[in-house]
Write a protein that binds this ligand. Structure first.
Ligand SMILES: NC(=O)c1ccc[n+]([C@@H]2O[C@H](COP(=O)([O-])OP(=O)(O)OC[C@H]3O[C@@H](n4cnc5c(N)ncnc54)[C@H](O)[C@@H]3O)[C@@H](O)[C@H]2O)c1
Length: 327
């Protein structure tokens, strides 16, 4: 399969690139490197670049020439992960968030239409699209109730993909991701509490919990998420619409702090600060639809995923300050 991955240098995008290449697919990765990191694509470039299976394009999903770039590569499947992915940044600058996440998504959908791409897999936000549901884990049938500009923009991307399905026969799949964590997540950003805690604890730095730490999230390991993307693109079934990608399990921030503290042999208690706006109080995603339609289920437990994240942080960041700066 010829694949085109936007956001290819990011946390999830680069993990998807590696998986697609390992499975024997051809990959064209596009990224403007705004939050993504070229280092994430090092092994893809070195191992698969010379044999013509991987090509990186430094480019923007907002660029007018995007349609020509997609057309020149005639992919069978487009995975759209490029985004402004930081909820708090969307609160600070909702216009910028909407430009990248809404207009950028329209631009790639237009490019797909013009190149007659049949498979479009979109990284939706299952963790933010439902707001504060009454019943957890929440199914895809639950009403949409976004509480932040980021959540609104990500839902808009889903809706545009749905409209393109109606108008042009595209078969878009939106994967509503829960809270993804694992190697390559930026531990210095505002989002990604597991990476942030692990990095701080490994380096004996202070950790901060916003609010009382009782709010819950559904933490899903990045390799499991990438497996859902691959299954959605390669299934023989004619699937379209929204699929929750989560574990269905709620874990509090306090529990995450305890687990990461134990796994790093850390000892420092967290500092508590005021809760941040736009964040949901509790979420967990029912993944039955994914399981039934393309046989996906999470395989990596939270403790195993935390151990793998810490191992990656120790070998990639702690000994190499230059790699940290490049993030
Ligand atoms: N991490 C999560 O928990 C989570 C949860 C739900 C949904 N998602 C979605 O998954 C996708 C990937 O998220 P991530 O966590 O890997 O974030 P990330 O920031 O690591 O990856 C996003 C990538 O998009 C690139 N990018 C940003 N703007 C761009 C533009 N205008 N043109 C081209 N490239 C651009 C960045 O450089 C980065 O490499 C995003 O669409 C995000 O909304 C993530």
């Amino acid at each position: 399969m010829r694949t085109f991955v936007t956001g290819a240098a990011g946390f999830i995008g680069s993990t998807l690139v590696d998986r697609l290449l390992a499975d024997g697919h051809q990959v064209i990765g596009l990224d403007n490197l705004s939050t993504g990191c070229a280092e994430n694509l090092r092994s893809a470039c070195l191992q698969y670049g010379p044999v013509g299976l991987f090509k990186f394009i430094r480019g923007d999903v907002l660029a007018p020439e995007l349609a020509n770039i997609v057309a020149a590569n005639s992919p069978d499947a487009v995975f759209h992960l490029a985004a402004q992915a930081d909820l708090q940044a969307s609160v600070a600058d909702p216009q910028r968030d909407a430009r990248i996440n809404v207009i950028g998504t329209i631009n790639i959908l237009e490019a797909c239409r013009r190149s007659d791409v049949r498979k479009f897999i979109y990284a939706a936000s299952g963790g933010s699209r439902y707001g504060a549901p009454q019943v957890l884990p929440v199914t895809e049938a639950n009403p949409v109730a976004p509480l932040s500009p980021y959540a609104v923009a990500k839902v808009a991307g889903e809706l545009y993909a749905g409209a393109y399905a109606e108008m042009y026969g595209l078969k878009p799949v939106s994967l509503g991701l829960a809270n993804v964590y694992g190697p390559r997540q930026n531990p210095l950003g505002e989002a990604g509490v597991i990476a942030i805690f692990c990095h701080a604890l490994v380096n004996k730095l202070e950790t901060t919990i916003y609010g009382d730490g009782a709010s819950t999230r559904d933490y899903v390991f990045v390799d499991d998420v990438v497996d859902a993307f691959v299954r959605a693109a390669t299934t023989d079934r004619e699937i379209t619409g929204l699929f929750n990608v989560g574990t269905g399990i709620q874990t509090t921030v306090n529990e995450v702090h305890q687990l990461t503290t134990e796994a790093t042999d850390g000892a420092s208690p967290p500092r508590y600060a005021a809760a941040r706006s736009g964040e949901v109080r509790a979420i967990a995603l029912d993944n039955s639809r994914c399981r039934e339609e393309f046989g996906w289920q999470p395989a990596v437990s939270l403790s195993e995923g935390i151990a793998r994240t810490i191992a990656w942080l120790r070998s990639n960041l702690c000994d190499q300050p230059s790699a940290l700066q490049a993030l």
